[in-house]
Design a protein around this ligand. Structure first.
Ligand SMILES: O=C(O)CCC(=O)C(=O)O
Ligand SMILES: [Fe+2]
Length: 297
């Protein structure tokens, strides 16, 4: 049976990078404080209680999925900005972009009797149009409940990020991402994985927060899931992370849709919608990410 490596929450970025490179995935144990985990559970519970099961094999007939997590949960906002995750993300995606952004937010609650989700690569959301030389994603699944092989722990195929597209995993090549509640699975857009079968009577809940290159289209439309009237109350860092920032020199500007003679902005960075100047964050983040990569290569 294949296994995934576990690292402690005080690990350095080089160790995380090395395992992502080798296996395409790694588990960081016990990252959340008990208080944050309790808050997360309380904030998600009412949405999960009213959530609908999926409508096809991929989304799962016994799995509930809840999006718009930045708008709906302060604990999820903290997780999205987690410093260790962001440092690891910057190091992983830095070679392919000038900035990264939040791509997808979803709580997945796998219910009793759910069958295994088809193994897949998350980079499939862009079709086959992007060369495998480009890493498209850095993804996290935060364990809200314990993840066990019996209750639907995510299944991951270590090393499959380098496999030919059509190669299928043998049972012994598939690992169960078993982890305690409060831990986080980190994985890439190129590694085969899928939700596991749930043979217990309780839900297995995870929070999926995925990040992508600043120049790619986000899977979850953050401007609709988290429109400006909600994002207005967020920190500038979080707003920039969810996409209210440019993804390149001109990428992502806006102009005010005003009428003739009315005041407005022309080719403005998104931060100006909120009366702010752009953060130097992407430059700073990526300078430090590049330094990290140089130190570790
Ligand atoms: O919930 C999980 O364990 C993984 C789900 C997944 O990979 C997906 O829906 O793309
Ligand atoms: Fe997936």
């Amino acid at each position: 049976m294949a296994q995934l490596a576990h690292l402690p929450a005080d690990s350095d970025i080089a160790a995380i990078q090395a395992l992502l490179d080798r296996d395409g995935a790694v588990i960081i144990d016990d990252v959340m404080t008990p208080a944050l985990l309790a808050q997360l559970r309380a904030e998600l519970a009412p949405f999960i209680a009213q959530g609908n099961a999926g409508r096809d094999e991929f989304s799962g007939f016994r799995t509930r999925r809840i999006g718009a997590l930045m708008a709906r949960s302060a604990a999820c906002r903290d997780l999205a900005l987690d410093p260790l995750v962001n440092a690891a993300c910057a190091a992983w995606l830095g070679p392919y972009c000038d900035g990264y952004q939040l791509h997808f937010t979803q709580a997945t609650s796998i219910g009793a009797g759910e069958t295994p989700q088809m193994l897949h690569r998350d980079r499939g959301v862009w079709g086959g149009h992007i060369s495998r030389k480009i890493e498209t994603q850095f993804s996290t699944i935060w364990a809200v409940t314990d993840f066990t092989a019996a209750n639907g722990a995510t299944r991951v195929v270590p090393g499959s990020q380098r496999w030919a597209a059509g190669r299928e995993a043998e049972p012994h090549e598939i690992a169960a991402a078993e982890m305690t509640a409060g831990s986080v699975l980190l994985y890439t857009g190129s590694v085969l994985h899928g939700g596991g079968p749930n043979e217990t009577n309780a839900f297995r809940t995870g929070v999926l927060l995925h990040y992508t290159l600043g120049w790619l289209r986000q899977e979850e439309n953050q401007y609709l899931s988290c429109p400006p009237e909600i994002a207005r109350d967020f920190s500038p860092e979080l707003r920039a992370l969810i996409g209210y920032s440019k993804g390149g020199y001109t990428l992502g500007f806006f102009s005010t849709p005003n009428g003739p003679g009315e005041p407005g902005l022309e080719t403005a960075p998104p931060e100006m919608l909120f009366g702010e100047k752009p953060l130097p964050k992407f430059d700073q983040r990526f300078v430090s990410a590049r330094e990290l990569i140089q130190q570790t290569s």
